[in-house]
Design a protein around this ligand. Structure first.
Ligand SMILES: Nc1nc2c(ncn2[C@@H]2O[C@H](COP(=O)(O)OP(=O)(O)OP(=O)(O)O)[C@@H](O)[C@H]2O)c(=O)[nH]1
Ligand SMILES: [Mg+2]
Length: 370
C-alpha cells in the first residue's frame, strides 16, 4: 500500500462530527477533499450509496476532477467495484482509508506486522469477490482435489496471517519480558489510552522528557513506547506507556491486529484515559463512548481508569474551571490538565501515585529509559 494523494469526494453521514472526522482521516491518508456528499443511510444499496446518489457522484467527480471516492463506511468489494465502474474512480471505504494511514505511519517492525495482519483481515471477507472477478465462469473443483479457487485464496490468507501472528507473538514475548523485569522491581505500570489526537504523546513526552512525535494528524503514534517516570521527591517510580489511539467505528479486527500493543492496557495498574475537552460537547460525548467501548472490548477493568481532561488551556468561556463537574464525566474520577502548558501535572502525578498505591510527596520529574 503506497501513500495516497490527489482529489477525493467524500460520502459521509449528515452530522458535523462524522464529516469533520472523515475529512481529517482523508487528509491524514494524503487526499485533498474536493467535495463532501452526505447521506442518511450508507451501505444499503448495490453501489453502497443509492442509485440516484451514485449518478450524482458520477457527475461530481467528472466536474471536480477527483480520482477517488471515499465512503465513510465499510462496503463490500461488489459495491465498491460497481461504484468504481460507474464513476471511473478508485473507491475507498473507511476501513481501507484507516489502513492506508496505518501503512503510512508504521515505522517499527511490530507496527508494520500489525498493519500487515490488519490488511489480511480486511481482505479475508472480500476474498470471495476478488476470486470471482479473476476466475469468472470457473466451476468449483477446477483446481483439483475438490478445492475451489476461493478455498485456495482463503487458505493462503489464513496461512499468511498465521506467520505474522507467530512473529508478533515473538516480539510481544520480548517486550513482556522487559516489562515483567521492571515490574519485579516493584514498579506499577501506567498506560496512556484515548482517542487519536487527544494529547497522549504530548503528556508522555512531558512526563518522560522524551521527544516522540506529536501532531494534530490522526494516528501519529502506532508503536508502543514505555519509559520510567520518577516522581518528585518520592523515591517511587512508575512505568508509563504510550500507544496507538482509538477512533469511533473502529473495526474489531483492527483492534485485534493491534492487540499485542493494546493488550498492555489490560495489564496496566492504571489507565490514563486522555480526552480533548477543548472540543464541542457532542464530540467529547461521542469520543468518551467510543473509548469506553474499545476499552470494554480490550477487557480493561473500568475501576482502573482515570479520566484525564486535557487541553484546558483552550477552554475559555465554557466553564473551563469546573469542566470536571459536567455530568458527562460522572462515571469517572477525573483530573484536568494542559499537557502543552503543564497545568495540573502535579495533581496528575499525585493521583497516579495514590492510585498505584505509592505515597506522594512532592515535586521533581525525571525520566530514564525503560
Ligand atoms: N492546546 C493544546 N494542545 C495540545 C495539548 N496536548 C496536546 N495538544 C496538541 O494536540 C495534538 C495531538 O497531540 P498528540 O500528543 O500527538 O496526540 P496523541 O493522543 O498522541 O495522538 P495519536 O498519536 O494520533 O493517537 C498536537 O498538535 C498537540 O500539540 C494541550 O494541552 N493543549
Ligand atoms: Mg501519539
Amino acid at each position: 500500500m503506497s501513500a495516497k494523494s490527489g482529489k477525493a469526494v467524500v460520502v459521509t453521514y449528515p452530522d458535523e462530527f462524522a464529516k469533520h472526522e472523515i475529512m481529517e482521516l482523508a487528509r491524514a491518508a494524503g487526499y485533498e477533499v474536493a467535495q463532501v456528499m452526505t447521506q442518511r443511510e450508507i451501505i444499503r444499496s448495490e453501489y453502497g450509496v443509492g442509485v440516484g446518489k451514485a449518478q450524482e457522484l458520477e457527475g461530481m467527480v467528472a466536474e471536480n476532477g477527483s480520482k477517488t471516492i471515499i465512503i465513510d463506511e465499510s462496503v463490500t468489494s461488489a459495491q465498491a467495484n460497481k461504484l468504481s465502474a460507474l464513476t471511473h474512480t478508485e473507491v475507498v471505504d473507511r476501513e481501507r482509508l484507516i489502513l492506508y494511514i496505518f501503512a503510512k505511519r508504521a515505522v517499527t517492525t511490530e507496527a508494520k506486522l500489525q498493519v500487515q495482519l490488519a490488511e489480511l483481515r480486511y481482505q479475508l471477507p472480500r476474498a470471495r469477490d476478488s476470486v470471482r472477478n479473476s476466475f469468472r465462469g470457473e466451476q468449483a473443483g477446477f483446481m483439483g482435489m475438490g478445492e475451489t479457487a476461493v478455498d485456495v485464496k482463503f487458505r493462503a490468507l489464513k496461512r499468511q496471517m498465521g506467520f505474522i501472528k507467530a512473529k508478533l507473538e515473538k516480539s510481544r514475548t520480548a517486550r513482556d519480558l522487559h516489562t515483567r523485569e521492571r515490574r519485579k522491581l516493584g514498579m506499577p505500570f501506567v498506560s496512556l489510552a484515548g482517542y487519536t489526537s487527544s494529547g497522549k504523546t504530548t503528556l508522555f513526552n512531558r512526563l518522560t522528557s522524551e521527544t516522540k512525535e506529536e501532531s494534530p494528524n490522526l494516528f501519529t503514534t502506532l508503536a508502543t513506547t514505555t519509559r520510567v517516570v520518577m516522581f518528585p521527591n518520592s523515591k517511587r517510580k512508575v512505568l508509563l506507556s504510550d500507544t496507538v489511539g482509538f477512533i469511533s467505528r473502529l473495526p474489531t479486527y483492527l483492534v485485534e491486529s493491534f492487540k499485542s500493543t493494546l493488550d498492555e492496557l489490560r495489564y496496566a495498574d492504571l489507565v490514563l484515559l486522555m480526552l480533548d475537552v477543548s472540543e464541542d460537547v457532542e464530540s467529547i460525548a461521542t469520543k468518551i463512548d467510543s473509548c469506553r467501548q474499545t476499552l470494554n472490548e480490550l477487557e480493561v477493568d473500568p475501576c482502573k481508569i482515570l479520566l484525564v481532561l486535557n487541553k484546558i488551556d483552550l477552554l475559555k468561556d465554557r466553564g473551563g474551571s469546573n469542566i470536571e463537574s459536567d455530568p458527562m464525566f460522572k462515571d469517572y474520577s477525573t483530573v484536568k490538565i494542559s499537557a502543552v502548558r503543564g497545568d495540573g501535572l502535579r495533581q496528575l502525578g499525585n493521583r497516579i501515585l495514590e492510585r498505584t498505591g505509592v505515597n506522594s510527596q512532592g515535586a521533581r520529574l525525571t525520566a530514564k529509559r525503560a
